[in-house]
Design a protein around this ligand. Structure first.
Ligand SMILES: C[S@@+](CC[C@H](N)C(=O)[O-])C[C@H]1O[C@@H](n2cnc3c(N)ncnc32)[C@H](O)[C@@H]1O
Length: 287
């Protein structure tokens, strides 16, 4: 009992001593070589306010890319809404990002059957982990909580083609929480869209790709690999070593390992300068 008491007091003291990165002075985006210190400072403020970090980071970076390309309006997508906690979070995150970055409007879409998970079709839908009909939405309850997000209800196999024909603002961020391989395959079709509905790079978060029995041969990872095999000029790649570019406090969380970037090499704006690297300074030091 004594040991537990000392341990919990020490960790509380440790937390108290640790500087919250949101309390550090705001870095000047015009001064640093890279945009990371500035965006990390904004991100830390969102994290301190309890926003879902796995979504906040991608929406912030997606909006930053749009802003640096002079694109004033973007879409963010959640694949799999269930009760709606993620979509409510996206509304909160979008409002903050619009406010801090300025000049960006964010449209939010949540895709879901409305009736829970479809039945797994075969081993690729990890039937050992999931059952059809679970994770149902209470639509009336969720709609009362939402202020601006649009629900796209129905099986994504049917709703995605309609969504793509509806001229959405360019997609900057997608969070995939469909769980099933089959659903993810149909969700990822948005990456086949015309350039005017996509940023040249789309930040993608895949929730169900670690632990349990997730692998390269089933679930969301298999859908990613198949997408890459079928597309010559559009590829999904992990953002390698993302943890090293985050505030230390958040570096060892699981979500940075679930981030991928969709590269649209055939997008007319792929080569346009973004503001991730501002200066290239490697003069020989005098000391
Ligand atoms: C894990 S839950 C989503 C949880 C939510 N993202 C959150 O953070 O609270 C997965 C959801 O994906 C939806 N889903 C799975 N396959 C789908 C499909 N083919 N079409 C539409 N929705 C689907 C299910 O209805 C289910 O509610």
């Amino acid at each position: 009992v004594l040991r537990r008491l000392v341990r919990s007091s020490l960790s509380r003291i440790n937390r108290w001593l640790e500087v919250d990165p949101a309390d550090l002075p705001q870095p000047d985006p015009e001064v640093d070589d890279f945009i990371y210190p500035y965006l990390n400072w904004i991100f830390a403020g969102m994290a301190r306010d309890g926003m879902r970090r796995s979504y906040a980071w991608g929406v912030l970076h997606g909006a930053n890319l749009a802003k640096s390309l002079g694109i004033p309006r973007i879409s963010v997508l959640e694949f799999g809404v269930a009760g709606g906690n993620g979509l409510v979070e996206l509304e909160r995150i979008a409002a903050r990002v619009e406010q801090v970055l300025g000049g960006i409007q964010i449209d939010i879409y949540g895709f879901d059957t409305g009736e829970g998970l479809p039945a797994p079709r075969d081993y690729r839908d990890t039937p050992n982990l999931n059952m059809g009909g679970t994770l149902k939405m209470d639509r009336a309850k969720l709609e009362k909580r939402l202020s601006r997000a649009k629900l796209v209800l129905g099986n994504v196999e049917a709703t995605m083609p309609t969504f793509m024909k509806s001229n959405p603002a360019p997609v900057a961020f997608m969070a995939c929480d469909f769980v099933h391989y089959t659903s993810t395959v149909h969700g990822l079709k948005f990456l086949e869209g015309k350039p005017d509905m996509l940023l040249p790079r789309v930040h993608c978060y895949f929730d169900d790709i670690m632990g349990f029995t997730h692998s390269d041969y089933n679930g969301e990872r298999l859908a990613i690999h198949e997408f890459n095999a079928c597309h010559e000029m559009r590829k999904l790649s992990p953002i390698f070593g993302l943890k090293y570019y985050l505030p230390e406090r958040y570096a060892n969380e699981m979500w940075p390992e679930k981030y991928w970037l969709a590269h649209l090499f055939d997008h007319p704006r792929y080569a346009d300068k973004d503001n991730l690297v501002r200066y290239h300074r490697l003069e020989l030091r005098t000391d």
